[in-house]
Design a protein around this ligand. Structure first.
Ligand SMILES: NC(=O)c1ccc[n+]([C@@H]2O[C@H](COP(=O)([O-])OP(=O)(O)OC[C@H]3O[C@@H](n4cnc5c(N)ncnc54)[C@H](O)[C@@H]3O)[C@@H](O)[C@H]2O)c1
Length: 317
């Protein structure tokens, strides 16, 4: 039995619950500590309560983690990543998006001489691991006969209008939060090239952006809609293979999909309804991260490339 991976969890809010649920399933990890200045009680994990700290510096003075997980508000990611890189030898899994602006990415890049940024920083692009995305990516790879993807339409809705200012504090804007999920998911199918248009409305609670891509040697366009102006969550994407008339429809909320050509249904995907959606994302994400050969979609270079497109959108506020 090799030594367990010692994990320090920073930020004990909503998504931390999913990290803890998936970490709990893995016999190869141990929760070494938690950090959250706004929470006083330690977290219960496998029947015990690992030490809890009010700030990461104190935690890193006391512990030698192998992995630091940052599940904090988006605007804190870059600073906490720098801190973890410089004050520990741990790898760092940062919640998406890795950074909230281009300057923060430049700051991380500048650390490269002092810390192994490309070898130690990973971004939790969890939508790229969703089962319906996996299914559609395999289908796409198995069908060169369908030709290139010519148009993609993706619409991500979250009920954050109900959370008001708190939503902006945690997630910055709908584009900041959902745009990166849409872009990282699309890397499973096409090579993203550039942002071609961007419009943010509703004070940043909604966005409409278009992104160029290459697919099987041809150029195409992705249309990305996101919004918080709703009472329920709904996320869907459609990939059109214009040359062959095939369309692949994936429902990220239900984790289902189908492919059709005209009136003919040619492939379907469903699930047994037993796995909660976020666990279905983070379970394969952790399996990949801890495999010794992490998927490139988690790596710093992918995060930097996605950031180049994502942060080309002017700030809404
Ligand atoms: N909620 C989701 O469904 C979801 C899904 C995937 C990714 N994410 C990403 O995860 C991040 C956190 O989202 P969330 O929904 O859990 O937010 P949240 O506001 O519920 O939780 C963030 C937690 O971080 C703590 N925190 C703030 N500053 C800190 C600091 N300096 N050190 C330690 N802890 C600190 C807060 O007290 C809070 O408990 C965001 O970047 C978001 O984009 C969220």
């Amino acid at each position: 039995m090799t030594n367990p991976v010692r994990v320090g969890l920073v930020g004990v809010g909503i998504i931390a619950g999913t990290h803890l649920a998936v970490l709990d399933e893995r016999p190869d990890v141990r929760l070494e500590f938690t950090v959250d200045p706004w929470r006083s009680a330690p977290v219960e994990f496998r029947g015990s309560t690992p030490p809890h700290y009010g700030d990461l510096v104190r935690a890193l003075d006391e512990h030698r983690p192998d992995l630091v997980v940052l599940a904090t508000p988006t605007e804190t990611h870059a600073e906490l990543t720098s801190l973890a890189l410089l004050r520990s030898t741990a790898r760092v899994l940062v919640e998406k998006p890795l950074v909230h602006d281009s300057a923060a990415l430049a700051t991380l890049r500048e650390l490269d001489g002092k810390a192994d940024v490309r070898g130690r920083v990973f971004t939790a692009h969890h939508f790229a691991f969703s089962p319906e995305v996996d299914w559609a990516a395999e289908l796409h790879a198995a069908h060169p006969d369908w030709g290139p993807v010519t148009t993609i339409t993706s619409a991500f809705y979250d009920p954050y209008v109900l959370r008001g200012a708190e939503a902006f504090a945690s997630y910055v804007s709908s584009w900041t939060d959902s745009g990166v999920n849409q872009l990282s998911m699309l890397t499973r199918f096409v090579d993203l090239t550039e942002l071609t248009s961007a419009r943010q409305t509703d004070g940043g609670a909604s966005a409409w952006c278009t992104v160029g891509f290459r697919s099987r040697g041809e150029a195409g366009t992705a249309r990305l809609r996101s919004s918080w102006l709703t009472g329920s969550s709904s996320k869907e994407s459609s990939l059109v293979f214009g040359r062959s008339g095939v369309e692949v429809w994936i429902d990220h909320t239900a984790m289902t999909g189908f492919a059709a050509r005209g009136g003919e249904l040619i492939a379907v995907f469903g699930n047994d309804g037993r796995t909660p959606r976020k666990v279905a994302h983070y379970r394969p994400l952790y399996a990949s991260l801890l495999s010794g050969r992490p998927d490139p979609v988690l790596g710093f270079d992918t995060a930097a490339a996605i950031t180049g497109i994502h942060r080309a959108v002017p700030e809404a506020r």
